[in-house]
Design a protein around this ligand. Structure first.
Ligand SMILES: [Zn+2]
Length: 269
């Protein structure tokens, strides 16, 4: 399942492969992925438009077009949006694709079809994302913002980190890794966190996500390959019973809010 690092990878790859390009046409093979929009209207609105740039918001890949509209690809569970050099060889799970000059294409591949594509006025995007929490890698996002988003919350820290209305981008893997890096136990009640601990958590989240993005580039060989999280780099996630890389005590696992949670009971307090 793509999380922030994989979505970021896709956006950076698009910018690398097709910094600017022109959409010649859009072919929608699975109309349910663009519902409730009309496939014909959507196709007509984007044909002939130039792509000016790419961006990411949480797990959405955004393509800004030259007529004040933006395409938003929501990746869902198995979605992958990428550039290919030859549209005559479309990947197996292609659900829609954009023809570009010289036979190139943007492809949306999605085996389980939980993803979707929407067209918005670019100026409306802040409204579209109104319920989203801040971006953890935004330079303007401080540890005080992180602490403030937990004000009046009383639950444990890990489910809070997964709540996308408080903070976007952390899934089960990177939340566990961030807490290990910050030396905080996943079950710590939010009101018990001190200012230095919030500061450490903020730093840990940013470092963990930045490293995860870099590792995604390292383990994903080509632009056409689905970007995978580098689980070998994980220090607690998926490592139950294995020795902690810091203290050699075994990594523990418990179920929290329905999700497997991994931690070192010795290092994380
Ligand atoms: Zn440890």
């Amino acid at each position: 399942m793509p999380e922030l690092p994989e979505a970021e990878y896709m956006v950076r790859r698009l910018a690398e492969c097709a910094p600017t390009t022109k959409i010649q046409s859009l072919t929608i093979l699975r109309p349910s992925l663009v519902a409730p929009q009309s496939p014909d209207e959507l196709t007509a609105t984007v044909a002939g438009r130039k792509v000016l740039g790419y961006a990411r918001r949480a797990k959405n890949v955004l393509l800004h077009l030259d007529h004040g509209w933006s395409l938003r690809v929501q990746l869902g569970m198995t979605g992958h949006f990428f550039w290919i050099p030859d549209s005559r060889q479309l990947p197996r799970f292609t659900r829609l694709w954009f023809a570009l000059p010289h036979h190139a294409a943007f492809v949306f591949e999605d085996s389980r079809t939980f993803g979707n594509l929407h067209l918005h006025r670019t100026e409306d995007l802040p409204t579209v994302f109104a319920s989203y929490g801040p971006e953890p890698l935004d330079p303007a996002f401080t540890w005080q913002h992180l602490q403030a988003s937990a004000a009046r919350a009383h639950g444990p820290v890990k489910p809070f980190l997964l709540d996308q209305s408080k903070l976007v981008g952390l899934g089960n893997i990177w939340a566990a890794e961030s807490l290990f890096a910050a030396r905080l136990a996943p079950h710590r009640p939010l009101p018990s966190l001190t200012a230095p601990e919030w500061k450490a958590l903020h730093k840990a989240i940013r470092q963990t996500l930045s490293a995860a993005i870099a590792n995604t580039f390292r383990v994903t060989a080509s632009a056409e390959e689905f970007p995978e999280a580098d689980l070998l780099a994980c220090r607690v996630y998926g490592r139950v019973g294995q020795p902690c890389r810091r203290c050699r005590q075994p990594i523990a696992r418990f179920v929290q809010a329905g999700r497997s949670t991994f931690h070192c009971p010795n290092c994380q307090l």
